[in-house]
Write a protein that binds this ligand. Structure first.
Ligand SMILES: Cc1cc2nc3c(=O)[nH]c(=O)nc-3n(C[C@H](O)[C@H](O)[C@H](O)COP(=O)(O)O)c2cc1C
Length: 224
């Protein structure tokens, strides 16, 4: 609890906005792999009746934008996203459920995604995110580069915010495997390769769709 903070009971949290419930997909990416997973998550969520899906990107750092300026692949990916709005705290507040995606940085989410999480103090104080379903997804360069650690550590602030974390059950096709690809019970994932040369496998995208669908279904149940 912040010093002197009071946790008011909020009525708005228990109601839904209009007919449809809003499922927000928020991601950060540099080379596009997490973007592809975000698109698959959104596609899966759109299969659920009564769900309206919105996609938001996380604000990039100026210093990283300067690096991207000199990198053809990353610049193209940035251009692809120019019509996708940057996620705001109000977007998170308005959502009924949120799926967050971040590439792995040293076994954790990116600082850009963490910056978004760290800007949610007002939401925490008001309990605005409590009871909202959430899911997570990630991309790593290497097979054992930290998919599980990134996914699990991304869940920690979500639990502080009172969100209901939803994973991927093993009943989803493709979840039990020994191949060099993603797919974890903690969330969707993919392997990008050391130079970003790999693309998400069809199974990675299918599991990302399943995650989006599952978070959306849970959202209709708990927020409907
Ligand atoms: C500073 C830094 C740290 C990284 N740490 C890891 C890591 O711990 N494990 C790993 O497999 N990949 C690591 N990577 C590679 C990224 O995870 C990879 O570029 C990313 O998954 C690609 O996703 P994107 O196409 O969505 O940007 C790191 C990259 C950077 C720049």
């Amino acid at each position: 609890m912040l010093p002197g903070a009071q946790r008011p009971r909020r009525a708005s949290q228990l109601s839904i906005s209009g007919e449809c419930m809003r499922l927000l997909v928020v991601y950060h990416t540099m080379y596009g792999h997490t973007l592809q997973l975000a698109q698959a998550v959104a596609e899966g969520a759109r299969q659920v009746a009564g769900i309206e899906v919105e996609v938001r990107r996380v604000q990039e750092f100026d210093a990283v934008n300067q690096i991207i300026d000199n990198n053809d692949a990353a610049r193209q990916v940035r251009e692809q996203q120019q019509d996708i709005p940057v996620c705001t705290v109000d977007d998170l507040k308005a959502a009924d459920g949120v799926v967050f995606g971040s590439p792995t940085r040293y076994g954790n989410m990116t600082a850009q995604m963490k910056q978004l999480f760290d800007s949610t103090a007002s939401l925490w104080l008001n309990g605005d995110m409590e009871g909202k379903p959430a899911g997570v997804f990630t991309s790593t360069a290497s097979t054992h580069g930290g998919q599980e650690t990134t996914l699990l550590t991304m869940m920690v602030p979500l639990l502080h915010l009172g969100m209901l974390v939803v994973g991927v059950p093993y009943s989803v096709e493709g979840m039990i495997h020994t191949e060099a690809r993603g797919g974890t019970p903690y969330g969707a994932s993919t392997i990008a390769g050391g130079q970003g040369e790999l693309q998400p496998k069809p199974e990675d995208l299918a599991i990302a769709r399943a995650l989006g669908q599952r978070v959306a279904e849970v959202t209709t149940k708990v927020r409907g």
